[in-house]
Write a protein that binds this ligand. Structure first.
Ligand SMILES: [Zn+2]
Length: 246
């Protein structure tokens, strides 16, 4: 993109808007121009309060409705790989970001502008740096700076889900567990205490743990706790990923 400021036609059909978003390359760390274009369109409305934080743009209705839905979508993509232009073939839109997640951004942006009289108050968040390390994540930084803007009763994220509604999303907790022992020559093992063998106690706990299934409005929300790596030198170390239930 160069020359005149990039603009978006949000009155176009949503697939065309998605194509226009794809044609505005925004790999992580290079979202400013796209954020500018999104902000400019949102600021033209009269029903939305708009807030910019870095390259994250948020907008919200404040009609005093009893509940609020927070919608969030990231505007960055992983780097293009010869696919930085949108194409439509056999009714399928392709191009970097078409799935993850500029089609979702197109829907969110169009709804943000057109839903002037929503049934619930809505907060729309278009954020940067989702595809890179979490310390740069625009949604996290925005929420830390403006916590009142991310509060809601329900949240929708337009991530790829193959066209279905996927309820909930596991958070993660990464744990590193080490078993320690006492070194000994393998020919005199009675003099030592084998740290690798002690890892069995950790695995036993994992195997016997019964992950909870929590019912959220009819959705079976499954907890998970898994060992994902083990290193058996000194000390024996397990890496666990826990996906706690809500
Ligand atoms: Zn994504």
């Amino acid at each position: 993109m160069s020359g005149a400021p990039f603009t978006l036609d949000t009155t176009a059909p949503v697939a065309e808007l998605a194509a226009a978003l794809i044609n505005a390359p925004s790999p992580s760390g290079h979202e400013a121009e796209l954020a500018d274009a999104i902000e400019a369109r949102l600021r033209e409305t009269t029903h939305l309060e708009v807030l910019r934080h870095g390259n994250t743009v948020a907008a919200r209705t404040s009609q005093g409705l009893p509940s609020r839905v927070v919608w969030a979508g990231h505007i960055d993509t992983v780097p293009a790989n010869g696919n930085d232009s949108a194409t439509i073939a056999d009714g399928v839109l392709s191009g970097r970001g078409s799935v993850d997640m500029k089609s979702g951004v197109a829907i969110g942006l169009k709804l943000a502008i057109e839903l002037v009289d929503p049934a619930v108050d809505v907060t729309w968040i278009f954020y940067d740096n989702e595809e890179v390390e979490s310390s740069k994540n625009g949604l996290g930084l925005f929420g830390a700076a403006h916590p009142e803007w991310v509060k809601g009763d329900f949240a929708i994220v337009g991530e790829p889900s193959n066209g279905i509604v996927e309820g909930g999303c596991n958070g993660t907790l990464r744990v590193e567990v080490s078993a320690t022992g006492t070194r000994a020559h393998s020919a005199r093992s009675w003099k030592g205490d084998n740290a690798i063998h002690r890892a069995q106690e950790i695995l036993d706990r994992l195997v016997s743990y019964k992950p909870a299934t929590v019912d959220v409005d009819g959705l079976a929300y499954r907890e998970g706790m898994n060992a994902v790596a083990i290193s058996g030198e000194w000390p024996a170390t397990l890496f666990l990923i826990c996906a706690p239930s809500p």
